[in-house]
Structures are given as structure tokens and as C-alpha cells.
Design a protein around this ligand. Structure first.
Ligand SMILES: [Ca+2]
Ligand SMILES: [Ca+2]
Length: 223
């Protein structure tokens, strides 16, 4: 029989009588890639509204910024006939400063591993009052991860000038054991300027003791 570390044994004893869930295999990872979304039939500009909530592989993306289905401000997918398409079908939040939130369906902690990012307008320009100006790209992404104990972590990424041409942003250990990750659509006046794809997530792989406490916060803290 394997010996329990001194730190773990008292904790497990204190949780006797509580429901202790099966912990996931830390080697399992999932890629949310949007590739199952059907290509639109012509005529189309190659983008398709996908509503205010999107589910894939046991995870949910929610549009948190007063999203109204059918308004055109929802999530949209980008397909090969659109000039923004790069490599494979991706998604964007079609609201300026719109917030996107990723959570595991049914709750629980997970590890945010990486995400592919790109701009949305490239070198295109527009004419506001005052003359021709380019869209504000490269686009900046600000990711905020929240753990079940309320701890908040943050990660920033700015895309390059290659468009369409995605980059992979890796999160590292700080984004292990998060319960939710949000990011805000860049201001992008007069239209949004970020797209994302290939969200790689996995089971929380940090402290196994901490993970047990995450899934049983009431039992562990007495709240
Ligand atoms: Ca894809
Ligand atoms: Ca790029």
C-alpha cells in the first residue's frame, strides 16, 4: 500500500463522511475547436451568428454583455468564404467590449492550457468623422481566471500584424485550477477586433489537495 504524505492524510480523515469525487486524469486534454459548426450555404459573407451561449466538449462559452439572440451582437463563427478565415473555423464575440466567459458545464475546476488568437480586421480602414483611420489592431486580449476560492489571475496577449494568421497563447501554471476564465472583446471601434479558436483545457493538475477542497468548498470551510 502506498504511504500517504503527512499533509494529505489528516485532510482525508477530516473529509470522512463527505462525498469525495473521482479526480480526473491529469493527462486528459480537450480542444474546443468549433470545427463541428456547419459551413453556411451561399449567399453568405462566411460568418454565422451562434447565439449567446455555446457548448462543446463539456464546456460552455457565455456572452455576458447584454446579448440578445437575433440582434447580430452574439457570438459569430468565421468560415472559409470570409476574408478573416485562418486555418479553421473560429469564433468571435460580436459586441464591442463584450465579455466572453468559459466554464466547465456543471461547474468545477479546470486548467486553461492555451488558446489561438488573431485580429478581426487586419489592415482594413474606416472613415469616422475626421478622416480615414485603420482599425485598432493588433488586438489586445486580457484574460481573467477566477478560482473557486475567489483567487484571481490575469494574463495579457497582443496579436501580431500578420492577418489572417493566428498565434497560440499559452497560459502556464497560473491558470491551473480555475473555475472560470473571461476575456473582453477589444474596444475595436467601430467594430470588434478579436477572434479565437482551439481553446485547450484539461483537468486541474496542481495540488491534488487543493483540488479536493475546490470541489467541496462548503464541507472544507464549514460555510
Ligand atoms: Ca477551429
Ligand atoms: Ca495575427
Amino acid at each position: 500500500m502506498k504511504r500517504l504524505p503527512l499533509v494529505v492524510a489528516p485532510l482525508l480523515l477530516s473529509l470522512q463522511g463527505c462525498h469525495i469525487p473521482t479526480l480526473p486524469d491529469p493527462g486528459e486534454r480537450t480542444t474546443i475547436d468549433f470545427n463541428g459548426l456547419p459551413t453556411p450555404s451561399p449567399p453568405s459573407d462566411g460568418t454565422v451568428s451562434r447565439g449567446c451561449s455555446y457548448e462543446e466538449d463539456g464546456f460552455t462559452l457565455d456572452h455576458l454583455s447584454s446579448c440578445v439572440a437575433g440582434s447580430g451582437s452574439e457570438f459569430k463563427s468565421i468560415h472559409p468564404s470570409n476574408y478573416r478565415f485562418s486555418a479553421s473555423v473560429s469564433l468571435f464575440n460580436n459586441t464591442q467590449l463584450g465579455i466572453t466567459r468559459l466554464r466547465q458545464k456543471g461547474g468545477g475546476s479546470f486548467a486553461m492550457v492555451s488558446i489561438d488568437l488573431d485580429g478581426l480586421n487586419g489592415s482594413a480602414t474606416f472613415v469616422p468623422p475626421g478622416g480615414l483611420i485603420p482599425y485598432p489592431e493588433p488586438a489586445t486580449f486580457t484574460f481573467v481566471g477566477t478560482r473557486q476560492d475567489g483567487t484571481v489571475v490575469m494574463s495579457l496577449f497582443t496579436t501580431d500584424h500578420n492577418f489572417p494568421g493566428r498565434q497560440t497563447h499559452a497560459f502556464g501554471a497560473a491558470f491551473d485550477r480555475v473555475a472560470a476564465v473571461t476575456w473582453m472583446q477589444d474596444n475595436g471601434y467601430p467594430r470588434p477586433s478579436q477572434q479565437f479558436d482551439n481553446i485547450v483545457v484539461g483537468p486541474a493538475t496542481g495540488s491534488r489537495v487543493a483540488l479536493l477542497m475546490d470541489v467541496q468548498p462548503a464541507a472544507a470551510s464549514g460555510r
